[in-house]
Design a protein around this ligand. Structure first.
Ligand SMILES: N[C@@H](CCC(=O)N[C@@H](CS)C(=O)NCC(=O)O)C(=O)O
Length: 224
């Protein structure tokens, strides 16, 4: 059976978990606490970059959530979650990459930086830009690029619904707000949603991981 290395607090792992649930793929969940267990040699052998999510399917090991989603789509094509029409496919890809490259780093800033830091206001302004872009990309469609749920919804839908918890009001973006409500009504989203306590735990875990990452970078730079 497909093995899935994950932690329920991880938004990147949630992308994969949502896809597995939406496609009805059977899997064996393997929990990583991310308390240092990801740095142990046994896990580094599975992922030398010590990240979750990872899947192992029929002995084939995959890291990087977006690559895993493509694999799952190709290997388990029903229900189809990638449109084939060029503009629709491009919309899905843009939404995935913008979530990963433009939105997610700003969410990390909101979690990590002090409330009075000028970085917070900058992060919020950038997030507003992303929301404007997403509003245009969604247009009148119920989902990004399609009438049915796509891998764009999976990726953006693991991050955008968290924004109100950071004081970003989605009612300023009515189409995105409706889209979020549409997602939250789905069983896969309800099953993987974080409780208030888990959300606090997630923020604490992010702060620790960012600190560790910064220390690691500093050590690498000093060794150069
Ligand atoms: N680009 C990777 C990022 C994965 C990632 O950053 N995972 C975090 C959890 S959300 C992690 O495992 N962190 C542990 C660590 O950095 O040691 C992906 O999309 O899969």
């Amino acid at each position: 059976m497909l093995k899935f290395y994950y932690n329920p607090l991880s938004p990147n792992a949630r992308r994969v978990r949502l896809t597995l649930l939406e496609k009805g793929i059977q899997f064996e969940p393997i929990l990583l606490n991310l308390d240092g267990d990801q740095l142990q040699p046994e896990f580094q052998e599975i992922n030398p970059f010590h990240h979750i999510p990872v899947i192992v399917d029929n002995g084939f090991r995959m890291v990087e959530s977006l690559a895993i989603l493509d694999y799952l789509e190709a290997k388990y094509p029903k229900p189809a979650m990638l449109p084939t029409e060029p503009e629709a496919l491009a919309t899905v890809r843009m939404v995935q990459m913008i979530t990963a490259n433009e939105l997610f780093p700003q969410v990390i800033t909101l979690i990590y930086e002090r409330e009075d830091s000028p970085q917070i206001e900058k992060a919020k302004q950038h997030i507003n830009k992303v929301m404007d872009f997403f509003t245009e990309a969604l247009g009148d469609s119920p989902y990004f690029g399609n009438e049915q749920l796509t891998l764009g919804d999976i990726v953006a839908g693991s991050a955008v619904p968290l924004l109100p918890k950071f004081g970003i009001n989605l009612s300023d973006y009515p189409r995105i707000d409706d889209w979020c409500k549409r997602l939250m009504a789905r069983e896969a989203w309800r099953k993987t949603e974080l409780s208030a306590e888990e959300f606090e735990q997630f923020k604490r875990r992010v702060r620790v991981l960012v600190k560790l990452r910064r220390r690691e970078l500093l050590r690498e730079n000093n060794n150069q």
